[in-house]
Design a binder for this molecule. Structure first.
Ligand code: AMP
Ligand code: MG
Length: 413
């Protein structure tokens, strides 16, 4: 057995994973491959090319309100009446625009239309009344009001989105606005999933009286997919050294290996000994958290692996806390800090000190009135309670009691 140094705190363990993730980004191992996807299917993928402005944004001084384009200096004494010399619609061509707005003149203008030269502000239509070819204005404007100047958002060739960005709706809107109907994205990293345990049977098999179905491979596959990876499910490994070793070898063909079960201190918890035999380097053996205390992180034959505890909730939580940032780095994504939101605790929590706890909880309420309370559960094997929960309350290791009404950190699911 490798020597067990002091078990790291949650933060220490997380930072260690983040350091290795940073290392992966720096050297780009494995060499990252890319593929082209249609913009419609780019959501959730990681951008592999920079997106630059193909022209100035906006390309013309854009009116942001319906109203009248004016010279702000004309509106010093109110109300003022100006001559309306024309109208500019969104999409107007240069020949539709007056040569230059003179003092005493106004042009009716629509949102998204180019402001005419000579005008330096738009008065909202709400503050005007039209009388034939004249408009009475009842509110002053400052120079620049309701006009976005040419190139104020970006200049042609400016970098708008950098490679490594997870494509969400806003990034996709940017891609569309610069005319990219296809994007280069990183190929999804392959993640091998190896569930272990003599009691664990395939979902499509009838379990014996003391057996349970394999749920971990599927919950992990779901998490891998929503992290941008491609799950590769291996057959279930029995608690037997030779076969376990074979399957680990198989798993190391992927970019990352996730094992579940067999990492505690039991006589048949063989994951660690088998990895020791394969000369694995252990980066941590356990973290001071609950659920998931026995979680293991290491590297063998040039690949990273996590040994996640077999209890289904422990498996889910330890993936979120530790495997996700490494997988994001393998997928080419920029680092994202782990952020806990805060909500008001609905019902008192009593627990023991020593470990940082991530307890399944239900966040409810709406608008600014969110409240959170622990799910009633039977411990880290209780998948049904976890499925009814929608987040985890984070309990710091030094708290024994948290009163109802306190703000508590929450990890959303
Ligand atoms: P272990 O970490 O191997 O000691 O397993 C801890 C608990 O998780 C035991 O109750 C196992 O039966 C259960 N377990 C292990 N692997 C799985 C799996 N793949 N799916 C569902 N439960 C599992
Ligand atoms: Mg086991």
């Amino acid at each position: 057995m490798p020597e067990s140094p002091k078990i790291p705190s949650f933060e220490e363990a997380r930072h260690l994973v983040e350091q290795h993730a940073a290392g992966l980004r720096a050297v780009s191992t494995p060499p990252r491959t890319t593929e082209t996807v249609d913009l419609l299917h780019a959501s959730g993928r990681v951008l592999a090319e920079p997106i630059r402005a193909d022209r100035d944004f906006p390309p013309f001084p854009r009116a942001t309100r319906d109203g009248y384009a004016v010279r702000s200096a004309d509106l010093r004494g109110l109300p003022t009446t100006l001559d309306v010399i024309g109208e500019i619609k969104a999409g107007a061509m240069p020949e539709d625009l007056p040569a230059k707005l003179q003092s005493g003149q106004a042009v009716a203008i629509m949102t998204g239309a180019p402001a005419p030269s000579g005008a330096d502000a738009i008065v909202m239509v709400e503050y005007t009344s039209r009388h034939g070819n004249r408009v009475e204005i009842t509110k002053t404007v400052a120079a620049g009001d309701n006009i976005v100047p040419t190139a104020a958002e970006a200049r042609r060739q400016d970098l708008l989105i950098e490679a490594g960005t997870l494509l969400d709706e806003a990034a996709i809107a940017v891609a569309a606005s610069v005319g990219k109907s296809e994007l280069r994205v990183y190929t999804r990293p392959r993640v091998a999933v190896l569930s272990t345990g003599d009691e664990v049977v395939n979902v499509n098999r009838q379990p014996g009286p003391n057996q349970i179905r394999n749920s971990n491979s599927y919950s992990l596959a779901a998490q891998i997919l929503n992290t941008g990876g491609e799950p590769v499910l291996l057959p279930i490994a029995p608690d037997e050294t030779r076969r376990l070793k074979e399957l680990i070898e198989e798993g190391l063909k992927s970019d990352l290996l996730l094992l579940t079960g067999g990492v505690s201190m039991g006589k048949y918890d063989l994951v660690e000994p088998v990895l020791v035999e394969s000369k694995a380097e252990f980066l941590f053996l356990g973290a001071q958290i609950q659920p998931g205390r026995p979680v293991v992180f290491g590297r063998v034959k040039g690949k990273y692996f996590f040994g996640l505890p077999g209890n289904p909730v422990s498996t889910m939580v330890t993936f979120e806390l530790f495997a996700r940032p490494l997988l994001e780095a393998l997928g080419g994504m920029k680092p994202r800090p782990l952020v806990f939101l805060h909500a008001r605790l609905k019902t008192e929590i009593k627990t023991k000190t020593g470990l940082k706890r991530f307890l399944p909880a239900v966040l409810s309420g709406e608008f600014e009135r969110s409240e959170v309370e622990l799910a009633r559960w039977q411990g880290s094997g209780d998948i049904a309670a976890t499925a009814r929960a929608n987040c985890y309350i984070v309990v710091p290791p030094d708290r024994e009691r948290i009163a109802a009404g306190e703000w508590v950190p929450v990890l959303l699911r």
